[in-house]
Design a protein. Structure first.
Length: 151
């Protein structure tokens, strides 16, 4: 399954980058995220509880930064495993300066396994896009708050 999209956030690239790689911020950005821990310089572990029917359950997530060009580009690889199946894949995002805001372009290629693989692809993509949009909305809120705190 391929997922692509973009969003605009009213904050500079550097501020967005810092927020994306802060474990306490990640905890707030991912809907249903219970815990995020940076286990190495380029690796994060998290637990996520999904409450959406057909996807409900607890998932253990491992994300590794494969390529990084701060504060503009990042490629990630990871997996999520739970008792209802798993998801594995790669994703990337690019931050583009646009005056007083940053455009975030993202794309991912994921494979679903186990019982989860029986879910209709449009439903799975719709859930993924919804979770991404919720996270980007929260990112925009956090970026705005951090910019408001600057003297």
């Amino acid at each position: 399954m391929k997922i692509t999209g973009n969003a605009n956030v009213k904050a500079p690239c550097e501020a967005i980058w810092a927020l994306i790689f802060d474990p306490s911020t990640l905890l707030q950005l991912v809907p249903g995220c219970d815990q995020v821990e940076q286990v190495a310089a380029d690796e994060y572990r998290a637990t996520l509880t999904m409450r959406i029917p057909a996807l409900a359950g607890k998932y253990e997530i491992l994300i590794k930064v494969v390529e990084s060009r701060a504060p503009r580009f990042c490629k990630l690889a990871g997996n999520a495993r739970g008792n209802t199946g798993g998801v594995e894949g790669t994703g990337s995002f690019t931050l583009l300066d646009q005056g007083k805001q940053t455009r975030i372009d993202y794309e991912a290629d994921v494979q679903i396994s186990g019982p989860l693989a029986g879910i209709h692809p449009r439903f799975a993509e719709g859930v993924a896009q919804t979770l991404i949009r919720q996270g980007l909305t929260k990112l925009a809120d956090l970026a705005r708050s951090s910019e408001d705190l600057k003297p």
